[in-house]
Design a protein around this ligand. Structure first.
Ligand SMILES: [Zn+2]
Length: 354
C-alpha cells in the first residue's frame, strides 16, 4: 500500500443505552446477527463476578459460543497469550469486558490475529474504551501501542452509572485534557512541522468543551453525567482514529500523568492526573486554566496534590521529567523540560501545591 495514504478506521456501531448486556445480540451489526459466533471474553475477576449473569443471559439469546479469559497484568506478553488462546479456540470475536485493562488486552490481542473486537466498558474513566490504541506495558518507552478500533462499542448505562463516581469523574478529566493536547499538537506543527489535522483537532476539542458546557448536569445527575462523559470519550477516540495517532488526545498533561505513574508511591487514576496536568499545562499555554480548574472543582474532580493523594515533591519531580517520557512527542515542555524551580512555581501558582 502507498505509504502516503491516510487510512481512517472507524467503529461500525456505538450503542449507548440501558439493559444492553442482557440483550447483547440485538446491538450487533446485522452481518453478525446472521451468523454463528465464537467469542473469547477478556475480563477481570471482579467485573466477571458482578456482571456475569447479565452478560451470559445476553449471550444465550444469540447463536454465540464462548470461552472466558480472566485477565492478569496489562502487558504485551499477556495480550499475546490471549491472541494464541483466541486462535486455538477458533474465535471470530474478542470481547473486552471491564475497565481499562481487559479492554486494552482484548483490543491488542484481536488486532494481532485480525479478529473482530467488541468493547463493553464497565466504567467511563478514560478514552481507551473506543480508541484504536492500547495502553500496555512491555513496549519500551512508548505508553500506547497501535491496535484496532472496536467494531462495536456497547455502553450500558445501567452498568457504567453504577460504577464508582470517582471513575466517571476521572473520565471527565481525560476528556478535558484535550484542551492542552490539541494546543501541544498545534505547537509541534508550528515548531517541528509535524502533521496536524485541523478536523481531528477540532473534534478532540469538542470533547473537552462538552464537559465544560455540561458541568452543571455532570455535577448533579449520575446517569446523564455518564452519557455526557461517554459521548466525550467516544468522540475523542474517533478523533484519534481520524488522526491515526494519539496526538489529538494526549499531550504534555498526559506526559505528566505517565511520569506520576512511574514515580508516585501510589498514583491516582489516569484521568484524575491528566485533569490536574491540564490545569498546569494550560497555564504554560496561556489558556484559561482558571476556568478548567473551576470546572474540575465543580464536578468533584481533584485539582491539587492533596486530593490526588500524591506528595507535593512528586508533583514537582513529575513536571521536571515529563518531557523524557516520550521524547518524540514535542509539547510545551520542550526538549529540556522544566527546571525544579520553574516546576515548583507553576504548581504553586495553579494551586496544585501550597
Ligand atoms: Zn488519556
Amino acid at each position: 500500500m502507498n505509504q502516503n495514504n491516510h487510512i481512517i478506521d472507524l467503529m461500525e456501531r456505538v450503542v449507548i443505552g440501558r439493559q444492553l448486556l442482557e440483550n447483547l445480540c440485538e446491538s450487533f451489526p446485522d452481518r453478525l446477527k446472521k451468523q454463528k459466533v465464537r467469542a473469547l471474553i477478556v475480563t477481570g475477576p471482579n467485573v466477571w463476578k458482578i456482571h456475569r449473569t447479565r452478560l451470559e443471559k445476553g449471550l444465550a439469546k444469540g447463536d454465540i459460543s464462548y470461552e472466558v479469559h480472566i485477565a492478569e497484568v496489562p502487558h504485551l506478553d499477556e495480550a499475546k497469550k490471549i491472541s494464541e488462546e483466541a486462535a486455538n479456540i477458533n474465535a471470530d470475536m474478542l470481547i473486552g469486558f471491564g475497565g481499562g485493562k481487559s479492554i486494552d488486552l482484548a483490543k491488542y490481542a484481536s488486532s494481532v490475529i485480525n479478529k473482530i473486537f467488541v468493547s463493553i466498558p464497565t466504567a467511563a474513566s478514560h478514552d481507551g474504551i473506543a480508541s484504536p490504541f492500547a495502553s500496555l506495558k512491555g513496549g519500551g518507552w512508548s505508553t500506547s501501542v497501535k491496535a484496532q478500533q472496536p467494531t462495536l462499542v456497547l455502553a450500558d448505562l445501567d452498568v457504567i452509572s453504577s460504577s464508582p463516581r470517582k471513575l466517571l469523574i476521572a473520565g471527565a478529566g481525560d476528556a478535558i485534557a484535550k484542551f492542552t493536547a490539541v494546543a501541544d499538537w498545534r505547537l509541534a506543527h508550528l515548531l517541528r512541522n509535524e502533521y496536524y489535522g485541523s478536523f481531528a483537532s477540532g473534534l478532540a476539542l469538542l470533547s473537552a468543551k462538552h464537559i465544560v458546557r455540561n458541568r452543571e448536569i455532570i455535577a448533579k445527575d449520575q446517569v446523564e453525567a455518564t452519557r455526557i462523559i461517554l459521548e466525550a470519550l467516544i468522540n475523542s477516540s474517533v478523533a484519534m482514529g481520524i488522526a491515526g495517532s494519539t496526538r489529538p488526545a494526549s499531550g504534555s498533561e498526559h506526559l505528566f500523568s505517565h511520569a506520576l505513574d512511574k514515580i508516585a508511591p501510589k498514583p491516582a487514576l489516569h484521568g484524575e492526573q491528566t485533569g490536574v496536568g491540564t490545569i498546569m499545562m494550560a497555564k504554560l499555554h496561556r489558556l484559561n486554566w482558571k476556568k478548567i480548574r473551576s470546572v474540575l472543582k465543580k464536578i468533584g474532580a481533584p485539582t491539587n496534590a492533596k486530593e490526588l493523594g500524591i506528595p507535593e515533591d512528586k508533583i514537582i519531580e513529575a513536571l521536571t521529567i515529563a518531557h523524557k517520557i516520550r521524547p518524540e512527542r514535542y509539547t510545551i515542555l520542550g526538549d529540556r523540560g522544566l527546571t525544579w524551580e520553574a516546576a515548583e512555581r507553576l504548581a504553586v501558582e495553579t494551586g496544585v501545591i501550597f
